[in-house]
Write a protein that binds this ligand. Structure first.
Ligand code: ADP
Length: 444
């Protein structure tokens, strides 16, 4: 503020002096032209020239603060001079403005020079304009200006203080809300955006939407843990049941012993499978999932899987319509794991006697794998949710078809990690088809 005040004062002074010096220049030009046209007379030269004396007659222009000296350029004869105290050169303050130290008071002098021609002789007029009067004018104006400036500063500070108080009250309200936030009240506490100033409102809205995202992510983590525990509870309960049976009868009854051992083995396998899937997802979430990418022919991988499926799914017809060579650059194991999910699902959700078609096409370098079945199909609601973790359609839950609802979410993660995409088409009770595209640009 102080710096601006000083700057303002200097700008004002420059403006003030600027107008005055401009007036002086105009007057100088008028005087020179008056001499040239003969409207003003040149008097006898002053003697001695070396020591100019103060002329007693009046300055013809009678302008207060104006003194001048008229010199013929060739002979340097002085015709007029009422400059009493010439200004030394070394006292220059600014362009044309000089500082003169006097006995009683110091003054600012504006120097200007004009030329005129009279009777074929060139004359120079040296003008000295005393700016002291103007400086005095500024001196008179200065206290008023300072008073007005201080008043403006006071009004601004007062306004600023009120604004700050309002701002700080909003900030401290936000801080106390933020202090109260914990995972337990994450769903109910949000920053109050009403009545806050626009910049703070934007900040509060941004923080609130960040909190929404954190809440969603926290809720899905909670849901994941609860779903995983729920899925693990069933095989553990089965294993406990058979262990109890073994404990009571197993040693005496051989058939009970065999049944219990095979059930425990199958449930343990089921558990291992589930834990593997959970570990995969956890590695992905922690960003520690590593892909070992190489270049390989996807057709060979799909062909092997078709053969394996034919051996396992003996009650289904397995067609491999098109198997074209197509090179991909990716993690062979992971891609195999992903394609296996689609094939296993097709077998699982297609009743005995149904058919499954598997193809691998080279479409302009893109690898397009299609797994189509004539199975139970899916509803609109299923299609919207099948890639969500632990989602299983009501139909497959009611039919007690085994599964944990993790296969497709894992397959999707793998395909996305290879910048691929999955398209699903399905008709409830008629069948489904999954089309996986691995783009060419990711191959090399
Ligand atoms: P899971 O098969 O273990 O339940 P997935 O994530 O592989 O888990 O599949 C999720 C759900 O998507 C399945 O429970 C099922 O409802 C539906 N689904 C997946 N593939 C098919 C398919 N080929 N036909 C019908 N429904 C399917």
């Amino acid at each position: 503020m102080l710096i601006f005040g000083v700057l303002f004062f200097f700008l004002f002074a420059f403006y003030f002096f600027g107008i005055e010096t401009n007036n002086f220049i105009k007057l100088s030009q008028e005087i020179a032209s008056d001499y040239e046209t003969g409207s003003s007379q040149l008097h006898e030269p002053l003697f001695p020239i070396e020591k100019p004396m103060f002329v007693s007659y009046m300055n013809p222009y009678n302008k207060q603060g104006l003194t001048m000296k008229i010199v013929e350029d060739v002979s340097r004869t002085v015709y007029y001079n009422d400059i009493v105290f010439p200004v030394p050169d070394n006292k220059k303050l600014l362009n044309h403005i000089f500082y003169r130290r006097g006995n009683e008071e110091n003054s600012l002098i504006y120097l200007h020079q004009e030329h005129f021609i009279l009777n074929n002789k060139t004359y120079s007029i040296y003008f000295n304009f005393d700016l002291t009067e103007d400086r005095m004018g500024i001196k008179v104006l200065l206290p008023g200006m300072i008073a007005i400036y201080l008043l403006v500063v006071a009004v601004i500070i007062n306004g600023g203080r009120k604004g700050d108080a309002k701002l700080f009250s909003s900030v401290s309200a936000m801080a106390s809300t933020a202090n109260r936030l914990t995972v337990n009240n994450l769903h109910s506490e949000r920053l109050n955006v009403e009545g806050t100033k626009s910049e703070l409102k934007d900040l509060a809205i941004t923080i609130n939407s960040m909190l929404d995202r954190i809440e969603t992510s926290y809720e899905s983590q909670k849901q994941f843990v609860s779903d995983a525990s729920h899925e693990l509870r069933t095989p553990i309960a089965v294993i406990q049941g058979y262990a109890g049976l073994l404990n009571r009868w197993g040693t005496k009854d051989e058939s009970v012993m065999h049944e219990s051992i095979s059930a425990i083995q199958s449930e343990a396998k089921e558990m291992q499978d589930l834990v593997e899937k959970l570990l995969f997802l956890s590695r992905h979430d922690k960003k520690t999932l590593k892909l070992n990418k190489t270049k390989f022919n996807m057709c060979e991988v799909v062909e092997d899987m078709v053969k394996e499926t034919r051996m396992v799914a003996i009650r289904h017809t397995i067609n491999s319509t098109k198997l074209e060579d197509v090179m991909v650059y990716g993690d062979k194991q992971s891609l195999k794991q992903a394609v296996r999910v689609f094939i296993d699902n097709a077998v699982k959700y297609t009743k005995d006697g149904g058919s499954i078609s598997i193809s691998c096409e080279n479409q302009n370098g893109d690898c397009v794998i299609t797994v189509q079945d004539t199975g139970i199909g899916m509803t609109r609601k299923d299609l919207d949710n099948i890639f969500e973790r632990f989602y299983r359609s009501d139909h497959v839950r009611n039919e007690k078809i085994g599964g944990h609802g993790l296969g497709l979410s894992i397959a999707k993660l793998i395909i996305i990690k290879h910048t691929g995409r999955i398209k699903v088409r399905s008709q409830y009770t008629k069948g489904s088809s999954f089309i996986i595209t691995l783009p060419k640009r990711d191959l090399y």
